[in-house]
Design a protein around this ligand. Structure first.
Ligand code: BGC
Length: 771
């Protein structure tokens, strides 16, 4: 496979593509996506190419194309595209001669720069494109192009640029054409509206010619588009700069009081006018300062024999902040962030298990917004439970607008054997999401100590999810136990199984924890107890939860200490997986088998039992973990990007640091690596959360176990030191780890207790422990 990605030890903030190849547009469109959590745009080239996926998304603006499709994040009319004619020849890198092509994302500042020299007949130009989406002004972006004429004669240049709504989500058009026009003679405005959710967009663009004398500027309206056509000369040996600035506002923006279209149009134009005299560099600097705040909050430094480890954590943090709608608690993180149409912008358990830990420990205010989203989702979760004949709150497998409830599509890719669309069962029977949400809330509370959230929202989520599980259990009169049958666990290659260990144990934890919680509230917080009692009739609930959790079937290890993934897994056929494990793509298994066949084999898509052993580490002995690791990992294809980081952390816990580091490398390469097709539908959000977890949980050894903080670092031999920090219950902690010791410091404030190698330590100011 062609390698275009380029990294360098002296550019530890840079992701770079060297050389242009039209076949691999999707890679850098995704991994260099720009954004600020409010909106994001794939880093497509300015000029168009066949095969590009030119997406811009505004978080939360879901729309359903028709009654047969589920709601998805619509691809907003494009504002960054531009087409160029030089001496009447279309600028296109698939013709003429292209040299010194680089496309570079600066993770530190959030700036994308693309440069190349293009020669065709009498045209010889160097083009430099710069752009950013402002982290300081959530609606605003700017781009700039510099055209240098390297030839001996003047070049006649033409530019067509504006707003282009002739785009869709793989053919589904989510917008009405809407009103469009020029404001004050120079601000292009388009007002598309989503067709079903009726969200009004106001998109505004202006062009600024800093040093070119325009021979023509002509507006052009099109169907679903509005453009300006500019004509000018670039003199021999000279250059000129053009800026394109713009903004997006929508009628669901929570920073606007008045969502009237005329008002939004005025606000947008006023904002652009107000910053008219600020240069591109000033505005970039203002945005970079906001990024700087993120980088300065608990910076992570890795001294490694491979500089890419440091780059990987920066890459992960950059994307986590580009994709997270921290500004609005009605929104959450999509499985592909805001970087592609994959998974339709929907939120999965990926948030609670993979991304939330980063925010819990580094940006608790963002974590709060993410868990509040689940509180707002209670209404939809209650509806889902009721429609399935259950009580309490059953969270949707895929979520969009919090009150929408279940939005998982029902039909997926064609079956290789039958040629018919495969039914996606997850929305019906992948039910562990409900205990994952509860687990996420508990982790948030343990890390932040946010009692107010607990009282006002968190306890309600925990209790209502436990109530769901109690009603979901099925009594098996022969065995006299409660079971959970006909389910999909984290391993989506096993459908309709009974008693998936991950699901049973996490559901059991949910119920058992709520029993202790209710007991505690009754004794210590009578007012909170009384309020919850009015809704949940707690005494009755305690009775039900006690009976059911006591009689619940929790799969037990075999004589060989293997915890069965479900009732039937261990009796299924075993096949060699090397071929599939070594292939670059993730669907090679399905070139040979269909899902029904895979269902009958001991093939696991992603960490399932092993994730349980990691999340509930206090429940299992080290020896059992080792045996299960050796049993399940060889049967795991890691076809989901949620798999490798779990394996890396668990291996580190087990002291298998070489193996762990190997998983760390594979996991960090899912998006950043050289394989050019991995990120086409978008980056892998959970895997990026996983990168932070591998560093801080895996090698930094930080964990919350049974509600207590544990710090037990162990570095791979390739690392000489690791520095990181985190917030813990309102205090700031910083950690310096070497191969032989760990030093932990904290800010002024109450003593923090933590566990290291089964000993409780008191952190007053600073502690050093030999490893
Ligand atoms: C994984 C799920 C995950 C989803 C979204 C699937 O391939 O199996 O665990 O939630 O992708 O990332």
């Amino acid at each position: 496979m062609e390698t275009l990605m380029h990294y360098s030890p002296d550019r530890l903030w840079q992701i770079q593509q060297k050389g242009f190849d039209q076949t691999f547009l999707g890679k850098t469109e995704s991994i260099m996506v720009l954004g600020n959590g409010y909106m994001a745009s794939r880093s497509s080239e300015e000029e168009s190419y066949v095969g590009e996926v030119r997406d811009t998304f505004v978080a939360g603006t879901f729309n359903a194309f028709d009654e047969n499709e589920v709601t998805e994040l619509p691809n907003v009319p494009d504002m960054l595209g531009m087409s160029f004619l030089f001496n009447n020849r279309n600028l296109s890198l698939v013709q003429g001669q292209v040299s010194d092509y680089t496309k570079t994302l600066n993770l530190k500042t959030g700036e994308l720069v693309r440069q190349f020299v293009w020669q065709l007949e009498d045209i010889h130009v160097k083009l430099t494109f710069r752009r950013f989406i402002s982290k300081a002004r959530r609606h605003f972006f700017a781009s700039q192009v510099t055209i240098e004429n390297l030839s001996q004669q003047d070049i006649k240049a033409r530019i067509r640029s504006g707003i282009n709504g002739q785009l869709s989500n793989e053919g589904s058009q989510h917008f009405t054409d809407g009103e469009k026009g020029l404001m004050d003679g120079r601000f292009i405005q388009m007002m598309p509206k989503t067709t079903q959710s009726h969200i009004q967009f106001v998109q505004t663009v202006e062009h600024m010619f800093l040093d070119a004398k325009l021979a023509e500027h002509r507006p052009e309206t099109a169907r679903r588009g509005f453009f300006m056509n500019y004509r000018f000369d670039v003199q021999a040996g000279k250059s000129c700069k053009i800026e394109k600035r713009g903004s997006i506002y929508t009628s669901i923006d929570n920073d606007l009081e008045d969502h009237d279209t005329a008002t939004m149009r005025r606000v947008a134009v006023e904002e652009l006018k107000q910053i008219e005299s600020n240069s591109f560099d000033d505005l970039l600097q203002e945005s970079a300062q906001e990024w700087e705040k993120i980088w300065n909050k608990h910076p992570i430094r890795i001294e490694s024999s491979d500089y890419r480890d440091q780059l990987a954590i920066r890459f992960a943090q950059y994307h986590l902040h580009v994709m997270t709608p921290a500004h609005d608690q009605r929104m959450n993180i999509g499985a592909k962030g805001l970087s592609g149409e994959g998974y339709k912008g929907h939120t999965f358990w990926d948030t609670e298990i993979f991304m939330l830990p980063y925010f819990n420990f580094t940006h608790p205010e963002i974590a709060k917004s993410l868990v509040t989203y689940r509180y707002l989702g209670l209404e939809g979760a209650r509806k889902k439970a009721a429609s399935n004949g259950y009580e309490g709150a059953q969270y949707p497998w895929e979520a969009a607008w919090p009150t929408d409830g279940e939005v998982t599509p029902v039909w997926g890719a064609a079956d290789i054997v039958t040629g018919q669309a495969t039914k996606i069962w997850s929305g019906f029977i992948e039910q562990h999401i409900t205990s994952d949400v509860a687990f996420g809330v508990k982790q948030y509370l343990d890390v932040t100590g946010d009692d107010q959230f607990a009282r006002e929202k968190g306890y309600e989520i925990l209790i209502d999810t436990a109530k769901f599980w109690a009603s979901r259990l099925e009594y098996n009169p022969e065995k006299e136990v409660y079971e959970i049958n006909d389910i999909i666990g984290p391993d989506e290659y096993k459908e309709h199984v009974n008693n998936n260990s991950y699901t049973n144990y996490t559901a059991h934890w949910n119920m058992a924890y709520v029993l202790t919680l209710i007991e505690d509230l009754k004794i210590n917080q009578a007012d909170v107890y009384a309020k919850l009692d009015a809704t949940f009739k707690l005494a009755d609930l305690v009775e039900t939860l006690t009976e059911k959790s006591q009689k619940m079937f929790l799969p037990q290890p075999t004589e060989e200490s293997i915890l069965p993934q479900d009732d039937s897994y261990l009796s299924k056929a075993v096949i060699h997986l090397r071929k599939y494990k070594e292939s670059d793509g993730v669907d090679s298994l399905f070139h040979d088998y269909n899902l029904d066949q895979v269902n009958e084999m001991q093939i696991t898509k992603q960490a399932d039992v092993l994730l349980l052993l990691l999340l509930f580490e206090g429940l299992f002995e080290k020896e059992l973990k080792e045996k299960n690791f050796d049993y399940y990992e060889p049967k795991t294809t890691h076809d989901s990007s949620l798999s490798l980081s779990t394996h890396a952390i668990l291996a580190a816990d087990l002291g298998r640091l070489d193996q762990s580091y190997d998983f760390f490398k594979q996991a960090s390469n899912i998006d950043m690596g050289e394989y050019m097709k991995s990120s086409d539908p978008g980056i892998h959000a959970a895997s990026l959360g996983g990168i932070w977890q591998m560093v801080v949980f895996g090698y930094g050894g930080v964990r919350i176990v049974n509600g207590k903080l544990r710090i037990e670092p162990h570095l791979p031999k390739e690392w000489t030191s690791l520095d990181f920090g985190f917030d813990y219950q309102g205090q700031s902690v910083s950690v310096h780890v070497t191969q032989t010791s760990v030093t932990i410091d904290k800010s002024e404030g109450p003593v923090i207790e933590f566990i290291n190698k089964e000993q409780t330590h008191k952190l007053i100011n600073s502690v050093t422990i030999n490893l």
